[in-house]
Design a binder for this molecule. Sequence first.
Ligand SMILES: Nc1ncnc2c1ncn2[C@@H]1O[C@H](COP(=O)(O)OP(=O)(O)OP(=O)(O)O)[C@@H](O)[C@H]1O
Length: 268
Amino acid sequence: MRFGGLVAVDDVSFDVRPGDVTALIGPNGAGKTTVFNCITGFYKPTVGRIALRKSENETWLLERLRDHQISRRAGVARTFQNIRLFGGMTVLENLLVAQHAPLMQASGMTVLGLLGTGGYRKAETDAIDKAKAWLERIDLIDRADDPAADLPYGDQRRLEIARAMCTDPVVLCLDEPAAGLNPRESADLAALLRSIRTDDGVAVLLIEHDMSVVMEISDHVVVLDYGKKISDGTPEAVRDDPKVVAAYLGVEDEEVAAVEREIEETGA
Ligand SMILES: Nc1ncnc2c1ncn2[C@@H]1O[C@H](COP(=O)(O)OP(=O)(O)OP(=O)(O)O)[C@@H](O)[C@H]1O
């Protein structure tokens, strides 16, 4: 992805698998958000391919789709660094709004459809049931009728993730989900993400600066630095990779060998 003369993401390639949590990490300005923006269609990559393989015979090339097609048709959902709930709507309404597309489809896009047909009523009941099931899962069913803005910050974060999950995504992209959370809220978030990975079989891709969260919940970690991928593997392998340590410490390429020796000597 190029912005004028700046190559923000340079020949980066990695896989994200269903039932895995993949963390995208790297120092500030490494290109993480740009990768997210390319996957979710906010940017069109200058060159390259982003393939979503739904089955052997069904592959979606995301770089060819518009952003609403990526979310609605290909099944890629995202959350943002800053919470973007509808604060004045109730907690339940936030989860219903996420299901607007199937509801409108059931209405046949007509007023008669909205008023009359059993198809719409069934879709509406299904949407409410799904929203309630998610509120049970994130332990917010008792707050269903409260404005979303009244929830504590950690609950808003989990509601935002539940809202993304109400669109039945195959890939869930989370931009710094643990930012600003206290340790208890971080633990609740980690539990939710583990359950989404295991119970829903969704591919979770997250940008995260909190290394304890990354180490705890990721199956796979991809590290970017200056727009290039410098490491890719299990959390343990990446943590012990001298290139990653050097990138975070901000040392020059020539000093990587010295960092490597130091890691060996200290057994860190
Ligand atoms: N729309 C844009 N126009 C010009 N340059 C951009 C644009 N978006 C990002 N960049 C540049 O691309 C590079 C990568 O930025 P990006 O925001 O993707 O990094 P990041 O790893 O997400 O950083 P952070 O951890 O600070 O959020 C930076 O040099 C940034 O200034």
